[in-house]
Design a protein around this ligand. Structure first.
Ligand SMILES: Nc1ncnc2c1ncn2[C@@H]1O[C@H](COP(=O)(O)OP(=O)(O)O)[C@@H](O)[C@H]1O
Ligand SMILES: [Mg+2]
Length: 264
């Protein structure tokens, strides 16, 4: 693997008596496109929440570029170059697509009403032009520049997911964490989203860790590696071919995600 961007070491997260994440270790290298997959409820989103600082982990260590970022605040982690999306997309419905890219998401970093109002002023300083260019570039990279002036409320579920990904690309992150960005998105658009992400990784050298619950789907989407979780643990990790051939994975998936339920 290339230079390590993210290193998760024996991550554990308990909610009262429930151990949602038991002992999770994996790495994401520079310029790598990695899938995090597993049946619903196996701890994928909780893992993201710990990595991005939204939840305090119970134990374990998380490193970014070799630096310990365990339990830093979300905004501190974002400043180090990590951004994320959430399973439930939450755009500003009454704003246009481009405006959504210009302000921070309401459920993400520093998004208290005060932070939001502050952002409206800070985006109007001399860097506004720069942010606007960045926003158009993100829409270009996702092949949806024509949506720039649509109201978010007019978008389909799949288009909203795309805008959400665009928003996570603002600020030129080095690592993107995407939580089920194609859940509920029709097949052709879902494949297009993965193709675009692959191209963005190849062209810009950023790293992407993407949660997907549909095993059959992700095996065919050109990711470099897949980390398979089950019941709060890493069952295995490897290339799509290695995952496809692994009998533990086949067993874990029989009767569970073999026919995955719609997640939302
Ligand atoms: N904030 C929370 N409080 C209590 N339990 C939670 C919380 N978040 C997740 N869980 C529980 O942790 C387990 C893992 O959930 P989650 O990480 O969302 O799974 P996945 O994303 O793989 O579907 C589930 O049993 C879920 O109900
Ligand atoms: Mg989840």
């Amino acid at each position: 693997m290339s230079k390590s961007v993210l290193k998760v070491n024996s991550l554990r997260k308990e909610f009262g008596g429930l151990v949602a994440v038991k002992d999770v270790s994996f790495e994401v290298g520079e310029g790598e496109f990695v899938g995090l997959i597993g049946p619903n409820g196996c701890g994928k989103s909780t893992t993201f929440n710990c990595i991005s600082g939204l939840l305090q982990q119970t134990s374990g260590k998380i490193e970014m570029f070799g630096e310990d970022i365990s339990n830093l605040r979300p905004d501190q982690i974002q400043n180090k170059g990590m951004t994320r999306t959430f399973q439930h997309t939450n755009l500003w419905r009454e704003m246009t697509v481009i405006e959504n890219l210009m302000v921070p998401p309401r459920n993400q970093f520093g998004s208290s009403p005060f932070e939001f109002i502050k952002s409206l002023f800070t985006t109007k300083n001399e860097s506004e032009k720069e942010r606007l260019l960045m926003a158009y570039e993100a829409l270009d990279q996702l092949e949806v520049p024509h949506m720039a002036h649509n109201l978010a409320s007019e978008l389909s579920g799949g288009q909203s997911k795309l805008v959400d990904i665009g928003r996570s690309m603002m600020g030129s992150p080095k690592l993107l964490l995407l939580d089920e960005p194609v859940a509920g998105v029709a097949g052709p658009l879902a494949m297009k989203i993965f193709n675009n992400l692959r191209r963005i990784v190849d062209e810009t050298g950023i790293s992407i860790l993407i949660i997907e619950h549909n095993m059959d789907f992700i095996l065919r989407q050109g990711v470099d590696r897949i980390v398979v979780m089950n019941e709060g643990e890493v069952l295995m990790q490897g290339t799509p071919d290695e995952v496809r051939a692994n009998k533990d994975v086949i067993e874990a998936y029989l009767g569970t995600a073999a026919t995955p339920p719609e997640s939302e």
